[in-house]
Write a protein of this length. Structure first.
Length: 146
């Protein structure tokens, strides 16, 4: 029977995409934030968690990056110029392949209405800034990417 009870395997693969990736294969994460410092800190944490990391400074650059290669996960800021995080997330989820990446919002917006809006738009988890290694790891575990 394997790791999944019958019926759940199909649901898992539909939600997570292909299961052909070996457990030792490095997963990819796109860090989307207009702050170079935040992107640098996130990169260090994610590389320690064995992710390959790409960066984007706004939602439009991130959407373009996803057109080139869809990442396994996206760590996403809310407030950015050009295209904010929520606009990016809505555009991503409208794409045929946009349901695949795990999206974790990472922002200073802490009002429940912002969190509800992000989850309704397709975010998998939500992290408050400032964050550290343990918080990112915990949320990525909860989201099922680790």
């Amino acid at each position: 029977m394997g790791l999944y009870p019958e019926g759940l395997y199909a649901a898992h693969t539909a939600r997570m995409g292909s299961t052909n990736v070996g457990e030792d294969e490095m997963k990819s994460c796109l860090v989307v934030d207009d702050s170079k410092v935040v992107r640098s800190v996130a990169r260090r944490i994610l590389e320690e968690l064995n992710f390959s990391v790409d960066e984007a400074e706004d939602g439009q650059v991130a959407l373009d990056a996803c057109s080139e290669a869809m990442p396994d996960a996206i760590l996403l800021d809310w407030n950015m110029p050009v295209m904010n995080g929520l606009e990016f997330l809505r555009a991503l989820r409208e794409r045929a392949d946009g349901g695949h990446p795990i999206v974790v919002f990472c922002t200073t917006e802490n009002e429940i209405t912002f969190i509800q809006e992000a989850i309704a738009a397709g975010a998998n988890e939500y992290i408050m800034k400032p964050f550290d290694h343990d918080i990112v790891q915990s949320k990525f575990v909860q989201a099922g990417i680790l």
